[in-house]
Write a new protein. Structure first.
Length: 274
């Protein structure tokens, strides 16, 4: 364990630099901040390279056990003064844990899907918070994989990790171009269901029980022509107020849980009864 007391330490400067996408991509690293996020990363096989921690900021009693897990997994440990950790943190209320690990780099051919997979496709999502929320919903819905197509924000953005509450690590997430993802889905017999506000069909009217990919696009412009033209079905979520569209993460969650309702009706009844 190495102690860092100065905010001007070279390691601190390097970690602050990793907040920028080009620096993260150049180093091939991801920053994972927060107890739940770090725990989920470890639970799902992430191999940490370093852990920075500040005991004065801990919010419970489980942090020492997590630090021990990181040590056992081969991470270098750096205990930080509170002032140092606050400089490292990108949160308003840091809880004293920041993990550095290799980036997730999966390709479409790395996916091993069941016979009737449920997939979420996110095209040109601009805000890391929205992407992270969709990853969290995808995990809750038991999605088999998430495809991030033509991404405007990257999956390794610290705010994506934060908004996902670590769900980035619980489901396979693949970054791919639309031109690559569309034929890949078709070759595997996956029904492509595109969300489009102008669609004639309601989302509850589509059969989502077989192999299906639910596709959502950027809030301002929606899905691009390749997805709309290549979809097997276009669906819309009914809007009863003055607004003509939903936040993309909210729309994705509604679509995902309609699929859950159709595929696992008993599970949704138990959940609502509880």
């Amino acid at each position: 364990m190495i102690r860092i007391d100065s905010p001007r330490n070279d390691r601190v400067k390097e970690l602050v630099r990793l907040r920028r996408r080009n620096a993260r991509d150049e180093a091939g690293l991801i920053l994972v901040e927060g107890y739940r996020e770090v725990r989920r990363a470890l639970d799902h096989g992430v191999r940490p390279s370093a852990l920075y921690y500040a005991p004065p900021l801990f919010q419970g009693t489980n942090e020492p056990g997590l630090i021990a897990r990181c040590r056992e997994a081969g991470a270098d440990l750096f205990e930080c003064a509170e002032t140092v950790f606050r400089k490292l943190s990108y949160r308003d209320r840091p809880d004293g844990l920041l993990l550095v690990a290799p980036q997730i780099r999966l390709g479409l051919d790395d996916l091993r899907l069941p016979p009737a997979p449920l997939l979420l496709v996110c095209e040109r999502i601009e805000k890391p918070g929205n992407l992270g929320t969709m990853l969290r919903s995808a995990d809750a819905a038991g999605t088999d994989a998430v495809l991030v197509c033509d991404g405007c924000t990257d999956i390794h953005n610290p705010n994506t990790v934060r908004a996902s509450v670590g769900a980035l690590f619980t489901r396979p997430v693949v970054e791919a171009a639309t031109a690559e993802a569309l034929p890949w889905l078709r070759a595997r017999g996956v029904q492509i269901v595109a969300a489009a506000p102008a669609a004639d069909r309601l989302h509850t009217e589509a059969d989502l029980t077989g192999p299906v990919a639910l596709v959502v696009g950027a809030e301002q412009y929606g899905l691009t022509d390749p997805w709309l033209a290549g979809a097997d079905t276009r669906v819309r979520i009914p809007m009863c107020g003055d607004c003509d569209s939903l936040n993309v993460a909210a729309a994705a969650t509604i679509l995902l849980f309609e699929a859950v309702r159709q595929r696992h009706p008993g599970a949704t009844r138990r959940s609502s009864d509880g």
